[in-house]
Design a binder for this molecule. Structure first.
Ligand code: RUB
Length: 318
């Protein structure tokens, strides 16, 4: 019940943002394991793998989701009984959730140090970790003003503008297409990430790459704040990050499109910013250049090519 409910809330974006999605999935697996009346190890394992599949299929782009699910369920494989597997899984879920919260605090601290004194910052979409960094920098007196974009079509920028404003930061709310117009006033752009590839490219909310391009053109530093569990090991095997394309109705009402038979509305939810437009990626493991993405995958996500080639898609998909 909790499982299906969490899956529905992630799918409908009631729970959104890569970090929150990952923690919600870990929590759902933990609660599902706790509620499962099952004393047979193999049955327990199978049911938890089924649960993992339901969760990972809710949204395709945020790599935090399969990484969190893998972290939570992989250790139970060494268990000798259903009870041991349940305990291990529940402990892993709690560990993931607490590490995730700690990571946000650490990134906010490191990221805030990277923001120059008296900065005007710009952010796009609603990233928990980018907002935490901006607020931390504000508390240290490093931020003078903020710009938050609207983020069509789902308007996540409202949440960001409110959070920044509530923290006391004088905040300008602008439409997405005004980002380049205001870039001349900006000292640093900060965004979050849904995925980071082995080559250091950053997948984030649609429009991020245009803002990165405008920042690059204006010589404005572009900072990405992200937990290490948003790095994508599969990209080292040549996998591409799937870009979610959401329903056209989010962009234009179905009644309007009905009157335009030759018009197709496209609604990709994310885009890819090449590493060349990213100045720094701030993680809980430190602030790194995008070229060091491989090191994060190797050292923080347990990258072992032989094992991952076999198991990259959690084994319920085999
Ligand atoms: C959210 C989005 C966020 C990242 C990072 O997209 O693109 O910038 O997920 O967020 P959506 P966080 O609203 O479609 O989920 O730092 O909170 O993980």
């Amino acid at each position: 019940m909790v499982l299906e409910d969490t899956a529905r809330r992630i799918r409908t974006m009631e729970i959104r943002g890569a970090g929150r999605i990952a923690r919600a999935a870990a929590e759902a697996l933990r609660d599902h394991a706790a509620a499962l009346q099952c004393t047979n190890l193999e049955e327990f394992r199978q049911e938890m793998h089924r649960a993992a599949t339901i969760l990972t299929e809710t949204r395709p782009t945020a790599v935090s989701l399969p990484n969190a699910v893998r972290f939570v369920i992989s250790r139970m494989d060494a268990s000798d009984s259903a009870e041991e597997a349940r305990t291990t899984l529940m402990e892993s879920a709690d560990e993931f959730i607490s590490r995730s919260h700690q990571a946000v605090d650490m990134i906010a601290e490191y990221g805030s140090r990277a923001i120059p004194e008296d900065s005007v910052i710009m952010t796009h979409c609603n990233s928990e970790v980018a907002v935490a960094t901006a607020v931390k920098a504000w508390e240290k007196g490093r931020v003078r003003e903020a710009f938050a974009t609207e983020v069509r079509p789902r308007n996540q920028g409202y949440i960001t503008a409110k959070a920044l404003g509530d923290a006391g930061i004088p905040t300008n709310f602008i439409v997405d297409s005004a980002a380049r117009y205001f870039m001349r006033d900006i000292d640093v752009v900060i965004t979050g990430a849904d995925a980071v590839t082995g080559a250091g490219a950053v997948v984030n909310k649609i429009g991020t790459s245009q803002i990165a391009l405008a920042a690059h053109e204006a010589r404005v530093p572009f900072l990405v704040t992200t937990e290490t569990y948003k790095f994508a090991p599969g990209t080292l095997l040549g996998d591409r990050i799937p870009i979610e394309e959401r329903p056209p109705g989010e962009v234009m009402g179905d009644d309007i499109t009905a009157g335009m038979p030759n018009v197709r509305v496209r609604n990709p939810a994310f885009d890819v910013t090449p590493a060349a437009y990213v100045d720094m990626i701030v993680t809980e493991a430190g602030a790194i250049p995008p070229g060091m993405a491989y090191v994060i995958i190797r050292d923080y996500l347990g990258w072992k090519p032989d094992v991952w080639q076999k198991n990259f898609l959690i084994d319920h998909k085999e």
